[in-house]
Design a protein around this ligand. Structure first.
Ligand SMILES: Nc1ncnc2c1ncn2[C@@H]1O[C@H](COP(=O)(O)OP(=O)(O)OP(=O)(O)O)[C@@H](O)[C@H]1O
Length: 693
């Protein structure tokens, strides 16, 4: 062997059945890496079966299982009861064959016909001694059996006479029925069972291992084909197929080299192989290794199951530092999300349930009275209007003004992030050990670290806006990257998840993703993250009927299928009234909710530039203010009411935060006199606008 060649370990003998005894060395050439014994023990704990079956852990699941069992047993009983006459006729028809079989068996036993081939073989071998010995034994046996038969026959005859003479007629019929039943059962051919299969309706059709294997075989995956071919290892089930919520759960050990992802990619083919609607078939990866598949097959399509009510719909409050109920999984179990320290992106084709999903999160945020809400719905449909009464900022519309207001609010939040960072940096370590907001810190209103939830529905309208898109994208990226630790949560929903409508800084950094039905791989990966499609997480497999159903990624280790809770507008109104009352009591209503207008929807720099004529390079402040008052009297009217010094000072102060300074400049008054007054240069204004962008 050359120096570069690596020795391939040669496996030693393994028992044929693959079983290895505890401590048995099966491969001597393998030197195990030193490993922590405690870690090994803890790994082995993962393989333990749960003490209490999964379905018994939740009251709802246990009830569902018991209900199903009762319904199923009742169904099977009714099915067979209805067919009793058919079964009786079948027994009668098969009883002659049964009697014949019994007689044949009796004769074989009586005359020891089983031993005949052995005696014949002794004759063929001409072994007289052996033949004699066998014949003597056979004669003795036949004689003894003859006696048994005789005694049994006499007993039966006496019993029959007594029955015929002394017993009532119902006993005659009962005996006849029993004899026909026994003869009928004996006369039943093995390929034609007496009882029909209780053809249970499709929605509760039992899942069997044969069905699963047939379905897997139909996928045309080479590893599975090899395993199922003659001499292959086959497909095994590490646990029996069980009832799990309103469906069946099969744990499948896939053949070597085949992964659960390979199966998830072809969910539609698997559903075809199982002969179930695609909305019933949900393959998922198991925890043990990539080749462990958990196949859950529901009784009903997920979209047809009656959705449960949102747990917070009637009562209760939310705490954004804890889980809030977001939706249900295929088994009908609640799936929560924790919004604090996360941001969320919801993407889907139009009409698949983005707004519904976003509304649930918005309502949860509303029910946490400490949280400040900024809600912008850029479709203009008013889907989030119930939140208007309690939101700090609210906007609804497709117009530029709403988009601009949203941008202004984002700017405000971005600025507030810096303040929050300073507050946190200034706190003693024992109060803020991890340099991030805690629920205790958030509760201290004076610190201003309360949760802030910024919601933008149809965010593509802002991010692809000709004038505000770039800046909004940068602000959103900053907020997503920096805001997490400081209690700022961004919730975005879009129907166009592509790179022009969703800044990559946003799609790459968002923590929780919910992807309802999308058209293709690009949109899928844009919402769920790179390689999601390749890994079998394909929201493209949802159908038109799957409204509200999507992949939720980032909340748990593996993406899961979730149907968001559905709350309609009237219910949302009632919830928001409750939330308003809570906020009123807590004294946490702010902004527009208490009548403070939103930041002005105009932009000072743009306005000043628009009033400077093309021929002008610099203009005095007092002239600019008069022109501004003409442009927007409702905004700048009060500025113009001042004397010249007041006008100059007001504009200087207003331009300062934008980085534009004013300076003394020569000019002519209206009556032609020369004078020196404070003014603004056009180039400085243009520079400031460019800087901002
Ligand atoms: N979780 C859900 N449960 C039940 N039905 C739902 C659910 N989510 C959505 N739907 C149904 O789908 C319809 C469309 O939902 P929604 O308005 O949220 O879609 P959208 O994706 O926001 O649409 P668009 O892109 O046009 O704004 C709703 O009117 C509702 O009937």
């Amino acid at each position: 062997m050359s120096e570069n060649e690596v020795a391939v370990p040669v496996p030693q003998d393994v028992h044929d059945d693959g079983e290895v005894l505890e401590g048995e060395v099966v491969d001597r050439s393998y030197t195990p890496a030193p490993k922590d014994y405690l870690a090994q023990l803890s790994e082995r704990r993962a393989g333990r079966s749960p003490l209490v079956p999964l379905w018994l852990k939740s009251r709802a699941d246990a009830l569902a299982v018991l209900k199903w069992q009762a319904e199923h047993s009742g169904y099977v009983l009714a099915y067979h009861t209805l067919r009793t006459p058919k079964y009786a006729a079948r027994l009668l028809a098969r009883s002659p064959a049964g009697v014949w079989r019994l007689l044949v068996e009796l004769v074989r036993w009586q005359f020891d016909l089983e031993g005949r081939p052995v005696r014949r073989a002794a004759v063929r071998r001409e072994n007289a001694e052996e033949y004699l010995k066998l014949s003597e034994r056979r004669d003795a046996r036949v004689r003894a059996r003859l006696w048994v038969t005789l005694i049994a026959a006499i007993t039966l005859v006496i019993a029959a006479i007594i029955l015929a003479v002394a017993a009532p007629s119902w006993a005659h019929w009962l005996t006849l029925g029993m004899l026909i039943t026994v003869a009928g059962i004996v006369g039943t051919p093995s390929d034609k069972p007496l009882l029909d299969r209780a053809v249970v309706p499709a929605r509760v059709l039992k899942l069997t291992s044969d069905m699963v294997i047939d379905a897997l075989a139909s996928l045309n995956i080479s590893g599975i084909n090899q395993a199922l071919s003659r001499g292959g290892r086959g497909i095994t089930f590490p646990a029996p197929i069980t009832r799990d919520g309103p469906g069946w759960r099969a744990d499948v050990e896939l053949p070597l080299g085949v992964t659960a992802t390979d199966i998830m990619k072809v969910r539609d083919k698997l559903a075809s192989g199982l002969r179930r609607p695609i909305g019933c078939v949900w393959p998922e990866p198991g925890e043990e290794h990539p080749g462990r598949l958990i196949l859950w097959v529901g009784d009903q399509e997920m979209s047809k199951v009656k959705p449960p009510r949102w747990p917070l719909a009637q009562s209760g409050r939310a705490d954004l530092f804890r889980e809030v109920p977001f939706g249900t999984d295929q088994r009908g179990r609640t799936v929560p999300v924790t919004l604090m320290f996360a941001n969320m992106l919801i993407g889907a084709m139009p009409g698949m349930g983005k707004t519904f999903a976003l509304r649930i999160l918005a309502l949860a945020a509303a029910l946490d009275p400490t949280a400040e809400l900024r809600v912008f719905e850029l479709k203009g449909s008013g889907d989030l209007s119930p939140l208007e009464k309690l939101a700090h900022h609210y906007g609804s519309g497709q117009d530029d003004e709403t988009a601009f207001r949203c941008l202004l609010s984002l700017r405000e939040v971005r600025t507030d992030l810096e303040r929050r960072a300073k507050v946190i940096a200034g706190l003693p370590k024992d109060l803020c050990p991890e340099s991030k907001v805690t629920s205790e810190l958030a509760a201290k209103r004076s610190l201003g670290l309360f949760p802030m939830v910024f919601i933008i529905d149809e965010c593509q309208k802002l991010f692809s806006h000709e004038d505000y898109g770039d800046e909004a994208g940068k602000l959103a990226t900053d907020i997503i990257k920096l805001g997490r630790a400081f209690g700022v949560i961004l919730l975005l929903a879009t129907q166009r998840p592509d790179k022009d409508s969703l800044p990559t800084g946003v799609s790459a950094n968002v923590g929780i993703r919910f992807c309802l039905r999308v058209m293709g791989q690009t949109e899928n990966d844009m919402v769920l993250g790179t390689s999601a499609y390749k890994n079998g997480i394909r929201a493209t497999t949802f159908t038109k009927k799957d409204k509200g159903i999507g992949y939720l990624a980032g909340e748990t280790d593996d993406p899961m299928i979730v149907r968001s809770y559905g709350v309609n507008s009237p219910a949302a109104e009632r919830i928001c009234e409750r939330a308003y009352a809570m906020r009123e009591a807590a004294g946490t209503l702010s902004g527009m909710a208490i009548g403070t207008p939103m930041p002005p929807s105009y932009d000072l720099l743009t306005d000043v530039l628009s009033v400077i004529k093309a021929s002008e390079k610099k203009v005095w402040n007092c002239v600019v203010v008069d022109r501004l008052a003409d442009l927007r009297p409702e905004v700048y009217g009060t500025w113009a009411d001042q004397d010249e010094a007041g006008k100059t000072a007001t504009l200087t102060a207003a331009l300062k935060p934008h980085g534009v300074s004013t300076k003394d400049m020569h000019g002519h008054t209206e009556d032609g006199r020369t004078s020196t007054r404070k003014g603004v240069e056009k180039t400085r204004l243009i520079e400031a606008v460019e800087r901002r962008q």
